[in-house]
Design a protein around this ligand. Structure first.
Ligand SMILES: Cc1cc2nc3c(=O)[nH]c(=O)nc-3n(C[C@H](O)[C@H](O)[C@H](O)COP(=O)(O)OP(=O)(O)OC[C@H]3O[C@@H](n4cnc5c(N)ncnc54)[C@H](O)[C@@H]3O)c2cc1C
Length: 383
């Protein structure tokens, strides 16, 4: 569908992203997902493309500008890569560099960001704990002051990119219960008392290194505190906006990949003397999927325009996040159905996307939590 907000720059960026995905990821997606990882070189290639630099100044290795449409284009094109665990592992930077760039000291930004943004090293965001992810205000990992240092104790889990990251942004309790007692910390891998283990046997995202993190009396310098003490909750919530926007776009790209594959198959496969696409039931599935894909695409474009021309449209992002994953769930299921038995075999990208639907509907704020947030933002109920 034509985007009324497109410009030459945005089109050019999308084309270079699409080329990158088609040449550097798609041909290897199946092999990498089965192997549970991909060559580090891909991080560097994505860094060269500027994938990690939105909203970060050039002196720290960033692009020196931001553009919501380009962020969305990157998410959508990566969603088409055929194994979005690859995209997740690359993109763990995008959800962790924001707090470093916004809240870190000059020394920290100069030390860390250029290498992370170029793809030489990686960073992860660690909020979720074994005790829960939705209720961020109740997180239990603690950081207490000891002289000039902080002492970090606790555990995080489901941390994307967590096995290969060199740096982490970690949410921890520094004050009383609830959202006003949380702070963000910067933690280097290698700090004594910090260990990690791989979370394996996931339903999908096999190419992504997901970790549990353990902090056992980890001593951090005073400068590890990112932003104000006990002011971490709002920083975490603000940081979610771009993560969710990217996930809306990624879900759109995943749906388009399934759709293209299923339509191509339906135009070839013959049953009862005619092509699948010529059976009205199948044609109607295609029409229904196309309409739902278009509606998320149009909503996303409007959200990008709002973000570019005013405050972050938090309610719309929340609504579009669950709309996108509901659309993806429907499209992935219908496309699997169109493939019949052939869709049930590993190696078919539709089969993989079908297994990746749930992480999109749960991660970065689940459908239920997005509806709660939308209701609160709309001001119609406490939520
Ligand atoms: C592959 C993967 C990668 C991830 N990567 C990261 C990462 O990089 N960093 C990070 O910090 N986290 C990450 N997460 C964690 C993710 O953000 C959490 O899984 C998510 O926030 C939900 O938390 P939970 O799993 O603890 O579920 P819970 O919070 O225990 O919720 C369980 C279910 O109950 C529902 N629920 C909870 N509260 C309510 C309510 N009030 N009303 C109605 N329903 C409710 C939820 O929607 C969910 O369906 C990742 C998760 C996965 C699966």
């Amino acid at each position: 569908m034509r985007n009324p907000f497109e410009t030459d720059e945005r089109r050019g960026f999308r084309e270079s992203m699409a080329r990158f995905v088609a040449q550097e990821i798609r041909p290897f997606a199946d092999e990498w997902d089965e192997a549970g990882g991909f060559p580090w070189e891909l991080h560097r290639k994505a860094g060269d493309l500027g994938l990690f630099g939105f909203g970060i100044a050039e002196e720290y290795g960033g692009l020196g500008f931001d553009d919501c449409f380009m962020r969305a284009a990157a998410g959508e094109e990566l969603g088409r890569c055929g194994a979005t665990g690859v995209a997740a592992s690359l993109g763990a930077r995008n959800i962790s560099t924001g707090p470093i760039a916004l809240l870190g000291s000059e020394e920290l930004k100069l030390r860390v960001l250029p290498k992370v943004l170029s793809g030489e090293t990686a960073s992860s965001l660690a909020i979720t704990e074994p005790g829960g992810g939705s209720d961020v205000a109740s997180l239990q990992t603690s950081a207490r002051r000891d002289g000039d240092e902080w002492v970090l104790n606790g555990q995080k889990t489901f941390i994307t990119g967590g096995m290969n990251a060199s740096h982490y942004v970690v949410g921890a309790r520094t004050g009383g219960p609830g959202l006003k007692g949380i702070s963000l910390f910067f933690v280097d891998w290698g700090t004594p008392g910090f260990s990690r283990s791989a979370l394996e046997r996931k339903m999908g995202w096999w190419a992504s290194d997901t970790a549990s993190l353990y902090f056992d009396d980890v001593r951090l310098p005073a400068s590890a505190l990112l932003g104000p003490e006990n002011g971490g909750f709002i920083a975490i919530m603000n940081n979610f906006n771009y993560e969710r926007l990217t996930m809306i776009a990624q879900g759109l790209g995943m749906a388009k990949l399934c759709f293209d594959e299923a339509v191509a198959y339906a135009r070839e496969r013959r049953t009862f003397g005619k092509r699948l696409i010529d059976h009205q039931v199948i044609a109607h599935k295609v029409a229904e999927m196309s309409a739902r894909i278009d509606s998320v695409e149009a909503y996303l474009n409007q959200i990008c325009w709002l973000a570019e021309n005013g405050p972050m449209p938090v309610a719309e992002i929340s609504k579009a996040k669950f709309l996108s994953t509901k659309m993806l769930e429907y499209v992935a299921s219908e496309c699997m159905q169109i493939f019949g038995g052939a869709g049930y075999l590993r190696g078919n990208p539709v089969e993989r996307v079908y297994r990746e639907v749930k992480v999109m509907a749960i991660g970065g704020g689940s459908e239920e939590i997005m509806k709660d947030l939308a209701i609160r933002q709309m001001g119609v109920a406490a939520g």
